[in-house]
Design a binder for this molecule. Structure first.
Ligand code: ASP
Length: 592
């Protein structure tokens, strides 16, 4: 038997028991007469002591036992037998801190080179090094906790959906393009020369085919692949909790997955939300009040439009603007010039793209001072303040320009102020549904419409007539689940009428032949009795990072890719040998 207990399991009540532990050496301290070893596994750390007084010397003599202890290096794998004794100096910081093991035997199972970084709660290794030795990083308690959260959440989801009657059905990875707005990863087919599979951006078309097939509640915790530029919350392969239901309307889907979310929050984090449905906010309201479609509603400081009020004085910047809007930073009237400049620089970064920030200070006496005092009277500015609900002691920021850009600036400014003011507490959760998304999005560059969600999303029945007259105005039966400013999930009610689906492809610029070639299988299936259906997919990695209180999904994926899409541990992607290329009928073209 390698072990009788784990390194996290022994307590004062085990005192006197003979035990065997196995694990990794975290630390060795030779104090002369005694040597202390911290042994670690994923359950915890236990202190071992090779000590003259306690040693019983079963298979090794005292001297050799201590010699073995003193010879240990970090990360050696050892097996330690001994007796549980109460510690004289207890360590309340660890669960096993009341006891230690007086060693009677100690074996080295595996030696270890000195690890390239410390394997402790906080490591001294940089990102790249830790990615290269990911298996060592994964030994660290923070990552082990993350993997455990992920595991627990997966079990919780499976349990819930199973009890609700959902079937877990796997769909293939070698498929053809499913449009979710990213590029495909493609895989050449040896048996079908010059032809390629695409890895699924999502199982969207298959889950819809499962509805046609009569499996009215489907789910899958499934890998999806999207070839897009990476950020902290994106990975080329990521996991979704993918779900679909037949004979449902939007409200049925929202209620089912609200129950799922409540269940996960409760079971994994012990967080309970008040009874009653989660808030539902139309997309247009989210944009107007928060400047984006995934509002963080843990705090106020909402955006107010001032376009009508602020025009008509001598200030050309405002007079020429399509939109003028503002937020009031609560209690920030005391901000220094330097603090205001910092915020201005923050929103001027190219990703945000502000031209500048107008500020208006309302001091504790109600006196108003601003960067536009030349153009507006204190009464003008007080009227704006009352429009915003700004109080004495607040600092207002006004942004103007093109509507969409200004809203983005205000949104980013609001979130940054929320961070600075400590209003975005990671232990508080504010879920909501954003609903009534536009069906289509116009792209100036390519002068065509794109599906805002995907081409299978159904328009709202009352807006269908607008498809012919003003397609940009059509709202979709689409919804996002948003928590703390993070889009955790999104889905829609689908089109199940082949004629409407064909109309949609037409609007998206597909010729009937192209639509038939790419999605004929789905439209044909709809001719054989398609039930009304809809669904949703949750970003599982994001859900995990949200629950774990981190901004990076990478910390919740055992073996993630770096920002260039590389796995630096196994060194992928990599060239393949000429014979393999030949077999696949492929030739690589060197860069020019
Ligand atoms: N397939 C969609 C996505 O990956 C989700 C859905 O519509 O169910 O975003």
């Amino acid at each position: 038997m390698y072990r009788t207990h784990t390194c996290g399991g022994l307590r004062a009540e085990n005192t006197g028991e003979a035990v065997i532990l196995a694990g990794w050496v975290q630390k060795v301290r030779n104090l002369g007469a005694m040597t202390f070893i911290d042994i670690r596994d994923r359950y915890g750390i236990t202190q071992l002591v090779a000590d003259g007084g306690n040693a019983l010397g079963d298979s090794v003599t005292l001297t050799t036992l201590k010699e073995v202890a003193d010879s240990l290096g970090r990360e050696y794998v050892i097996q330690a037998a001994g007796k549980v004794v109460e510690r004289s100096a207890k360590n309340p910081k660890i669960a096993t801190g009341e006891i230690e093991i007086a060693l009677t035997d100690l074996k080295i199972l595996s030696k270890a080179d000195t690890p390239p970084f410390t394997i402790e709660e906080v490591s001294d290794g940089g990102d790249d090094l830790r990615m290269k030795y990911r298996y060592l990083d994964l030994r660290r308690p923070p990552l082990q906790r993350n993997m455990m959260i992920r595991h627990r959440m997966a079990q919780s989801v499976r349990g819930f959906l199973d009890r609700e009657g959902f079937l877990e059905i796997e769909t293939p990875y070698l498929i053809k393009s499913t449009p979710e707005g990213a590029r495909d990863f493609v895989v050449p087919s040896r048996m079908n020369p010059n032809e390629f599979y695409a890895l699924p951006q999502s199982p969207q078309t298959f889950k819809q085919l499962l509805m046609v097939a009569g499996y009215d509640k489907y789910f899958q915790i499934v890998r999806c692949f999207r070839d897009e530029d990476l950020r902290a919350d994106r990975q080329p392969e990521f996991t979704q909790i993918d779900c679909e239901m037949a004979f449902v309307e939007q409200e049925d889907v929202l209620q089912t997955f609200e129950r799922m979310a409540r269940h996960m929050f409760s079971e994994t984090l012990g967080v309970e939300f008040p009874a009653g449905p989660f808030r539902r906010m139309p997309y247009s309201e989210a944009m107007a009040r928060y400047g984006n479609d995934k509002p963080d509603i843990r705090f106020g400081m909402e955006i107010h439009e001032l376009t009508a009020m602020a025009k008509g004085r001598d200030f050309a910047v405002f007079n020429d603007a399509e939109y003028i809007g503002a937020i009031a930073a609560t209690g920030c009237a005391g901000y220094t010039r330097k603090q205001i400049d910092e915020l201005t620089e923050y929103v001027k970064r190219p990703q945000i793209g502000a031209k500048g920030l107008v500020w208006i200070r309302i001091d504790e006496n109600g006196d108003v001072k601003s960067s536009i005092d030349k153009f507006y009277t204190p009464d003008d500015l007080r009227a704006w303040a009352s429009e915003l609900g700004a109080q004495k002691g607040d600092l207002m920021f006004v942004v103007s320009g093109e509507r969409r850009r200004s809203l983005t600036v205000l949104s980013e400014l609001r979130l940054e102020l929320g961070n600075r003011l400590g209003l975005r507490d990671k232990t508080k959760f504010a879920p909501l549904w954003v609903v009534d998304f536009p069906l289509l999005e116009w792209d100036d560059e390519t002068a065509r419409f794109y599906a805002m969600h995907h081409p299978f999303t159904s328009p709202k029945p009352e807006d269908i007539a607008l498809l012919d007259t003003d397609p940009g105005k059509v709202r979709a039966n689409a919804y996002d689940f948003v928590v703390n400013g993070v889009e955790v999930g999104g889905g829609s009610i689908r089109i199940f009428d082949p004629t409407l689906q064909a109309r949609m492809f037409d609007l998206l610029g597909f010729t009937p032949e192209q639509a038939q070639a790419q999605f004929g299988f789905l439209m044909n299936a709809f001719r054989f009795g398609a039930p009304p259906h809809g669904g949703i997919a949750f970003g599982f990695d994001r859900f995990c990072s949200l629950f774990g209180g981190s901004d990076s999904i990478r910390d919740y994926i055992a073996f993630p890719k770096n920002n260039s899409g590389r796995d630096v541990m196994i060194d992928a992607p990599a060239a393949i040998d000429p014979a393999q290329l030949d077999e696949l009928c492929l030739k690589t073209v060197k860069p020019l």
